[in-house]
Design a protein around this ligand. Structure first.
Ligand code: UN1
Length: 508
């Protein structure tokens, strides 16, 4: 297991509600206090969450609104330097982050390392994009005697509402984008994972980002509701369920104030298509990783595997071998492949789905489970045979993979069914036939299409990530168009000929 040693002191400090009552909060006496327990052993309390009160939400908006114009006028270059300083501090505190990711979110050590890596990548990438896009105004063409420029500015106060499944990477990604673009940020982390978010915010403040420009308001849905209803809000960046995205959208639509920008990254019903030309060993590796890494708790994760029928039995047998070799257990053990799911509600929903599938006569395979999982929210990795993706009525956010078979002449129908789910996040294809790749690529409506590889783990800058339809609004996180959605454009047109004096006036 992970040896905490001196890290324990840092964690205890984070768990102290005084931290939340720190410089940006008026007082520790109010607000709901909830324990945070370890997903893999619910008897162990990691810390406590003190929810922000309505007064604290009010005060946070007042401070954020006051500082935002100054933060915006710092310009892209100076904001970039602060974000890069934060990236360095994040790297220096990898061990603390790892410990919190494991204890608070039930992440395996591998996932924890990837989580810190991705957060650092987001900070550095958005810093570089801030430099590129938020520098001096760009000159636009026009007739002689007219000067036209265009520049990007922060929209105002931006809220970020982030999920527990990437409690550091997505939390940091959305907030750093909003900050890079010149917004003041009010961040509400997932109710399950406020401690790792608190460490992230603390390090950003140590890096020199003003505390008023980046404020943390922990809490559950009610705090999110208060934040999104506030008429001072200029935009929301949200990652989470499609259902919550709809609720936020309704709140934004119903309030006074500016028309808010809404950036949502939501669920998926992701498929992989494997034809008979695919390399079996590679398929096994990529299917197991895509469906079961992070205990399947990624919106990018593989949910429905379509196997061409002539190779289906042999492929399934091989996949079963890889799947049965998975180590389920304590996420702090280096040998663990699959940790717990986030909480008892998630566990119960997944078990209900498996039980219903069994009751309706579906063939169900489950991974053997070790004995020491009884105190945690563990779900045995599961494979369920189905006829079509359209049988699934909800996103099963956990280690449950569905497998369907198709005949090669029905490939067009398979793609039509995948599109008919309404989601459009990731799609995997394993095929060595270029014409098949072109056929699929031309028809499918997904944000991220992965060929002959796994379909999770989009890399910042190389694989901008995000979907369409029920999967989100775009733009893609970690891509070149992301920051612009957090910004307003200002076009300035100067007539440099009128009254002869303008040029002199502007120089003064
Ligand atoms: C999510 O699971 O909420 O590509 C999205 C990936 C990750 C997915 C993040 N970037 O697997």
């Amino acid at each position: 297991p992970l040896v905490l040693g001196p890290l324990q002191a840092e964690i205890d400090r984070l768990a102290d509600r005084q931290y939340y009552a720190g410089p940006t909060f008026p007082g520790p006496e109010s607000g709901e206090i909830a324990p945070i327990t370890m997903p893999h052993d619910l008897t162990v309390e990691v810390g406590k969450r003190r929810d922000a009160t309505p007064q604290e939400v009010e005060d946070a908006f007042a401070r954020a609104s006051a500082i935002q114009p100054g933060w915006d006028s710092l310009g892209g270059e100076r904001r970039a330097l602060l974000l890069e300083e934060a990236a360095d501090l994040f790297e220096a505190h990898t061990a603390e982050f790892l410990s919190l990711a494991t204890r608070e979110a039930g992440k395996t050590l591998l996932d924890g390392v990837l989580e810190v890596r991705e957060a650092v990548d987001f900070l550095r990438y958005y810093a570089s994009e801030a430099r590129r896009q938020f520098g001096p105004p760009i000159r636009l063409p026009g007739p002689t005697g007219e000067e036209n420029t265009l520049s990007l500015h922060g929209r105002g106060v931006f809220a970020t509402i982030s999920p527990w499944n990437f409690p550091l990477a997505i939390f940091t990604g959305m907030a750093s984008a909003a900050l890079a673009a010149g917004n003041a940020v009010i961040a509400k982390p997932a109710e399950q994972t406020p401690l790792i978010a608190a460490l992230a915010v603390k390090l950003c403040h140590e890096a020199g980002i003003p505390p008023e420009a980046f404020q943390l308001l922990p809490g559950a849905g009610e705090v999110g509701q208060l934040i999104t209803a506030d008429p001072r809000l200029a935009g929301v960046a949200f990652t989470g369920s499609t259902e919550t995205a709809r609720a936020i959208n309704r709140t934004l639509a119903g309030r006074e104030g500016p028309i808010a920008t809404f950036i949502a990254e939501t669920g998926g019903q992701n498929a992989m298509i494997v034809d008979s030309s695919a390399l079996p060993e590679q398929v096994v590796r990529d299917v197991v990783a895509s469906a079961f890494q992070s205990a399947g708790q990624r919106c990018s994760a593989l949910r429905v595997l379509y196997l061409q029928e002539d190779v289906a039995d042999s492929m399934l047998e091989m996949i079963r071998g890889g799947f049965e070799a998975l180590n389920v257990g304590d996420p702090a053990h280096l040998s663990t492949d699959v940790g717990p799911v986030i909480d008892p509600d998630a566990q119960a929903a997944l078990e209900r789905h498996v039980a219903r599938s069994e009751a309706s006569g579906r063939h169900v395979m489950r991974c053997p489970m070790p004995d020491d999982t009884a105190r945690g929210c563990f779900v045995a990795p599961t494979i369920i045979e189905v006829d079509s993706i359209l049988e699934l009525t909800r996103e099963n956010f956990g280690p449950v993979l569905h497998v369907a078979r198709f005949r090669s002449q029905d490939l067009g129908q398979v793609i039509a069914d995948i599109n008919a789910t309404g989601y459009g996040l990731t799609l995997g294809l394993h095929s060595r036939i270029a014409a098949t790749r072109r056929f699929v690529e031309a028809r499918v409506r997904v944000g991220n299409f992965y060929v002959n590889r796994n379909q999770i783990g989009a890399v910042v800058e190389s694989q901008p990530f995000g979907g369409e339809g029920l999967s989100g609004t775009g733009p893609k996180a970690g891509g070149p168009h992301y920051l612009a959605r957090f910004a307003v454009e200002r076009a300035v047109c100067i007539d440099t000929t009128a009254a002869g004096g303008n040029a002199t006036l502007l120089q003064a």
